[in-house]
Design a protein around this ligand. Structure first.
Ligand code: S3P
Length: 426
């Protein structure tokens, strides 16, 4: 177990880049592996979650060269063969749910598993639509990993998602590559659309009409060059640190600002932040920009409704911003937080409370009375990378020293996070 000791040492200054987007890197590996030709992925996220997805495809027979640029030797979607060993997706919900979609198309049995936290995460949400498409899936009672999936002979479905989940939507779209007929998915609200964008980038025809997505099943994909933008979910820690540590002025360059992901910027603007987005450009079908932030007084705001899926992973760090704001912040309609890497409503509230924040838990969110009065304390990551990094941001804005226990989980998404954060201390 690793701990961090962090002390507020004053303002943050400088210009940084954050590692590549996790969602986009996963999809690059997956689509590259099932398309024809060599896919090259630059600025990809070198972190445990992604390495697990790569390893899973290697077990299924795909050749992947790991270097500064990732090179995936795709031989078409039917090339994969059965793996004797289980596919172990580690901590990654995206890995296991998207891979479920792929192996549902395979005419053999695969076992998908993960670490102790992944084994507690709900899989019924993918089992239901994939079974309707024709896959045969067994899980631990209650719908938990390991999953045994026997695929093949799939048909397209017309499916309304019960929750706005990009992982479920993506599992269905990926399985549809192996199915017959047509798939139509209706989302209750916009969730991240990287899979749809990347399927189109790899040559598939896919259509959106409001909250509905349609595609003809059985389409083939062709390899591409992908330049992965910086992950806005990782940038969010620096953006909130830049806003809340007095006297700070920082720039995060080359960040993906896809509108289905950039809710954190909208929420912070609602809280009164002036955030400057410059140099807007496009990379491999995704919008990218540089983000300029300086410390400001924030005020409480309501964060709810359709905004939630657009910032779901940033809520722990938004709670830090709310604790450092003036007035009340109410977060609602975020029940999904209860089934992330930890129950983030509980874990974030419990730990920020130890640092002096006034947070009340709701069934589907929290109410935070801002006090700008955080103090150092001994806190715990709850084995959740984003909780650990949010607490690190809170530590920089707090008085005194903070010790964060069990921070090794940060390796799943952001190796080198603390070094980057402290490199900004002016
Ligand atoms: C992700 C989708 C989201 C998000 C997760 C990554 C993805 O999960 O929380 O970190 O890459 O598709 P849900 O689909 O469960 O909302």
């Amino acid at each position: 177990m690793t701990d961090w000791n962090i002390e507020n040492r004053g303002k943050l200054r400088g210009e940084i880049e954050v590692p590549g987007d996790k969602s986009i890197t996963h999809r690059s590996v997956i689509l590259g592996a099932v398309s024809t030709g060599d896919t090259m992925v630059s600025k990809w996220l070198f972190a445990d979650d992604v390495l697990r997805t790569i390893k899973a495809f290697q077990q299924l027979g795909v050749e992947v060269e790991i270097g500064d640029t990732l090179r995936i030797h795709g031989r078409g979607k039917r090339w994969l063969h059965a793996s004797a060993e289980a596919l172990d997706l580690g901590n990654s919900g995206t890995g296991i749910r998207l891979m479920s979609g792929i192996v549902s198309g395979m005419p053999f049995e695969s076992t998908l598993t993960g670490d102790e936290t992944l084994q507690k995460r709900p899989m019924k949400r993918v089992m239901e639509p994939l079974s309707l498409m024709g896959a045969r899936i067994q899980a631990v009672e209650g719908g938990y990993p390991p999953l045994k999936i026997r695929g093949g002979e799939l048909k397209g479905i017309d499916y309304t998602l019960p929750v706005a989940s990009a992982q479920v939507k993506s599992a269905i779209l990926l399985a549809s590559l192996y199915a017959q007929g047509k798939t139509r998915i209706v989302e209750p609200a916009y969730s991240r659309d990287h899979t749809e964008r990347m399927l189109a980038y790899f040559g598939a025809e896919i259509f959106r009409d409001g909250l509905a997505i349609e595609m003809e099943c059985g389409q083939n994909l062709y390899s591409q060059m992908i330049d992965v933008p910086g992950d806005i979910s990782s940038a969010a820690f620096f953006i909130v640190a830049g806003l809340t540590v007095p006297g700070s002025r920082i720039t995060v360059k080359n960040v993906g600002i896809n509108p289905t992901r950039s809710g954190v910027i909208d929420a912070l603007k609602k809280m009164g932040a002036l955030i400057d987005i410059q140099n807007l450009r496009s990379a491999s079908g995704e919008p990218v920009a540089d983000i300029y932030v300086y410390a400001q007084d924030l005020k409480g705001a309501e964060i709810s409704g359709d905004l939630i899926p657009r910032l779901i992973d940033e809520i722990p760090v938004l709670c830090v911003a709310a604790a450092m704001a003036e007035g009340t912040t109410v977060i609602r309609n975020a029940k999904e937080l209860r089934v992330k890497e930890s129950d983030r409503i509980k874990s974030t509230s419990e730990e920020l409370r130890k640092m002096g924040a006034h947070i009340e838990e709701l069934e589907d969110g929290m109410v935070i009375e801002g006090s700008r009065n955080l103090k150092g304390a001994e806190v715990y990551s709850h084995k959740d990378h984003r909780v650990a990094m949010s607490l690190a941001v809170a530590s920089l804005a707090a008085k005194g020293r903070t010790r964060i226990n069990s921070v090794e989980w940060v390796e799943t998404s952001f190796p080198g996070f603390l070094k980057k954060l402290t490199s900004l201390v002016a």
